[in-house]
Design a protein around this ligand. Structure first.
Ligand code: BTN
Length: 298
C-alpha cells in the first residue's frame, strides 16, 4: 500500500511537471514588458525595468543608463540583441523569441576586492541554480560561462566604471540560450554551444526563468563576502578534480583543477605536486581531452 502511494505521488509529480512545462511553452511567446513587470522587483532588484524588443546590446544600454544615474537594481531586458558582446570582444548572438539577454545595474556598498571578484561569478551561479531547479544539471566554466552536458548555454559579461579608487557601478550582463533557435552555428564558436530546451523535454518560460535568475542574484548579493557563496561557487565549478588546460595571451599549461581561492582565482595542481594560483582577464579553461572531442564534433 505504501509502495502504491509512492508510485501515485511520483506520477502526480510527473504530471504537474509536464503540465507546468506545457503551460510554460504557451507562455514563452508572451515575453513582454507588462508580464515581466508584474513579476518584478524580486529581492529588491529588477526595478526600474527597461524592456526592448530589439536593442544593440543590453550591456551598452545599461552602461548609458548608469552614466545618467540609474539606480541600483535597474534591469535592462531585450528580446533581441543586434550587437551583443562577450568576453575577448567576441560577438554574442541573441535572435528574437529564443533567448534571454539581460543586464543589471548594481551599485554595491562596501566594495572590497573579494566582493568585486565574486560579482563576476554571481551571474553564472544564479543561472546554474535556476537550471538546476528545472532539472537541468549545469556547471560554471570559470570564470563566467555556464555549461551543460552538451555545451555552453550562457555567458556572463560584467563591466564596471571607476571613479578614482571607487567603483561607481557594475553592469552584470547575462545571455542565455533557451530554445534551439538561439544556438549559434558551430563555426562561430570556440566552445560547443547548447540551449536549455535541448536538455529538457518541453518548452521553457523565458519570463519564469528570468525572474528566478534575478531572485537568486538578489538573494546572493547580500552574501557576496560570505563563506557560503564561496562554497557555492566551488560546488558549481566545472572540471573540478579533472586535468585542464589553461591558456592566456602569453602562457599555456595543464594541471588538475583543485578549486578556487577566495578571490575566485583558480587553484591548479601541477604534475610535480606544486599548487599554483592563476587568474586573469585573458585566461580560458578547458578540459585537456576537449580539443580531441571538439575536433570530432566539427
Ligand atoms: C561571453 O560568453 O563571453 C559573455 C557573453 C555575455 C552576453 C550578454 S547578453 C546580455 C549582455 N549584453 C551584451 O552585449 N552582453 C551580455
Amino acid at each position: 500500500m505504501i509502495g502504491g502511494l509512492f508510485t501515485f505521488c511520483d506520477r502526480t509529480a510527473d504530471i504537474v511537471r509536464w503540465h507546468k512545462l506545457c503551460m510554460d511553452g504557451y507562455n514563452s511567446n508572451m515575453f513582454n514588458k507588462k508580464r515581466l513587470k508584474s513579476r518584478l522587483p524580486v529581492e529588491a532588484i529588477g526595478e526600474p525595468l527597461y524592456f526592448y524588443k530589439t536593442v544593440p546590446s543590453t550591456n551598452d544600454r545599461a552602461q548609458a543608463l548608469a552614466q545618467e544615474g540609474a539606480a541600483h537594481g535597474t534591469l535592462v531586458v531585450a528580446d533581441e540583441q543586434t550587437a551583443g558582446r562577450g568576453r575577448f570582444q567576441r560577438s554574442w548572438s541573441t535572435p528574437p523569441r529564443s533567448a534571454l539577454a539581460l543586464s543589471l545595474i548594481l551599485r554595491p556598498e562596501d566594495i572590497t576586492q573579494v566582493v568585486l571578484a565574486r560579482m563576476n561569478m554571481l551571474g553564472a551561479l544564479a543561472v546554474v541554480e535556476s537550471l538546476g531547479a528545472l532539472g537541468l544539471e549545469a556547471r560554471i566554466k570559470w570564470p563566467n560561462d555556464v555549461i551543460v552536458s552538451d555545451g555552453k548555454v550562457a555567458g556572463v559579461l560584467t563591466e564596471g566604471s571607476w571613479m578614482g579608487e571607487d567603483l561607481e557601478y557594475t553592469v552584470l550582463g547575462i545571455g542565455l540560450n533557451v530554445s534551439p533557435k538561439s544556438v549559434p552555428d558551430r563555426r562561430e564558436v570556440d566552445y560547443p554551444a547548447a540551449c536549455v530546451e535541448g536538455g529538457l523535454e518541453g518548452k521553457i518560460s523565458r519570463i519564469g526563468l528570468l525572474v528566478d535568475i534575478i531572485e537568486r542574484i538578489g538573494s546572493w548579493l547580500h552574501m557576496l563576502d560570505s563563506e557560503q557563496i564561496h562554497s557555492a561557487f566551488e560546488g558549481a565549478l566545472a572540471f573540478r578534480g579533472q586535468p585542464v588546460k589553461i591558456s592566456g595571451s602569453d602562457m599555456e599549461l595543464t594541471g588538475v583543477l583543485q578549486g578556487l581561492t577566495h578571490n575566485c582565482r583558480l587553484r591548479i595542481a601541477l604534475a610535480a605536486g606544486e599548487v599554483i594560483i592563476l587568474g586573469g582577464e585573458d585566461m580560458q579553461i578547458r578540459p585537456v581531452d576537449m580539443d580531441r572531442d571538439w575536433a570530432t564534433l566539427n
